[in-house]
Design a binder for this molecule. Structure first.
Ligand SMILES: [Zn+2]
Length: 87
């Protein structure tokens, strides 16, 4: 009995470690390749992350992040005419 419960315990303890290791790798990859699109819930426009308007959006507190231009379009957003995201 004791041996069995120890094995179960050891198995349970190794699970979070494995999960943490797995989630570490994709995160780093996402950062490198992901194109962050910043939307504004007020103006309904979306921008590249380096657009001058992003600072204003953050000040206004209306920032909405999208993983891609397609996602922003799906949400009914329109591209900013200054930074032309997706071009
Ligand atoms: Zn812009």
């Amino acid at each position: 009995m004791r041996k069995l419960s120890f094995a179960v315990l050891a198995c349970l303890m190794s699970l979070p470690l494995a999960a943490a290791r797995r989630s570490d790798t994709p995160k780093a990859e996402d950062k490198a390749k992901a194109e962050v699109i910043v939307g504004c819930s007020d103006t309904k426009l979306y921008h590249k992350a380096n657009c001058k308007w992003v600072k204003e959006i953050e000040k206004a507190g209306t920032r909405v992040d999208f993983k891609s231009v397609a996602e922003a379009k799906k949400a009914g957003m329109k591209p900013c005419e200054d930074c032309k995201p997706g071009n």
